[in-house]
Design a protein around this ligand. Structure first.
Ligand SMILES: Nc1ncnc2c1ncn2[C@@H]1O[C@H](COP(=O)(O)OP(=O)(O)O)[C@@H](O)[C@H]1O
Ligand SMILES: [Mg+2]
Length: 138
């Protein structure tokens, strides 16, 4: 599905974009964040979390695979860079109750309704980033 393209020039704008996006997201939504290392996936998640009033640090959960935030809505922030499958991780129950924001989401693709997921693709554009968002009105 064709997405909507945004040009985001710097980190602070990325945070603001995430905060705006947060208003469109709900518990039960799954957001798949694609983009290479350093693309800005965690920065965007930080912006979403700021939108929910989260003021503590937000880091890529590269080693623990996912973090849970008791915000409203509650958030599951995942980073599946290191794994090939999310089977057996025990995240299924959280997908109903939490908003899921996943970096390196390939491992979760077989376990979800892909056509209902919100897809965010981030790529470098000069010194800023292109952010393409699909499957949601933004
Ligand atoms: N829109 C943007 N324009 C320029 N730099 C950005 C933008 N968004 C994020 N960055 C920078 O990119 C770097 C990597 O961001 P990060 O969110 O850690 O990437 P990822 O999680 O995709 O590996 C950080 O230094 C961040 O400040
Ligand atoms: Mg990251």
């Amino acid at each position: 599905m064709e997405g909507k393209l945004f040009e985001i020039d710097n980190e602070e704008e990325m945070i603001q974009f995430g905060s705006l996006l947060s208003q469109k997201l709900n518990a039960g939504d799954i957001v798949l964040l694609y983009g290479e290392l350093g693309a800005g996936k965690t920065t965007l998640v930080r912006g979403v979390m700021r939108g929910y009033g989260w003021t503590e640090p937000v880091r890529s959960p590269t080693f623990n695979l996912f973090s849970l935030y008791e915000t409203t809505p509650p958030v599951l922030h995942a980073d599946f860079y290191r794994i090939k499958s999310t089977l057996g991780l025990g995240i299924e129950d959280y997908l109903d109750t939490h908003l899921c924001l996943s970096e390196w989401p390939t491992a979760i693709e077989p376990e979800i309704e892909l056509n209902q997921a919100i897809i965010v693709r981030i790529s470098h554009k000069n010194s800023g980033r292109n952010v393409e968002v699909s499957n949601i009105k933004v």
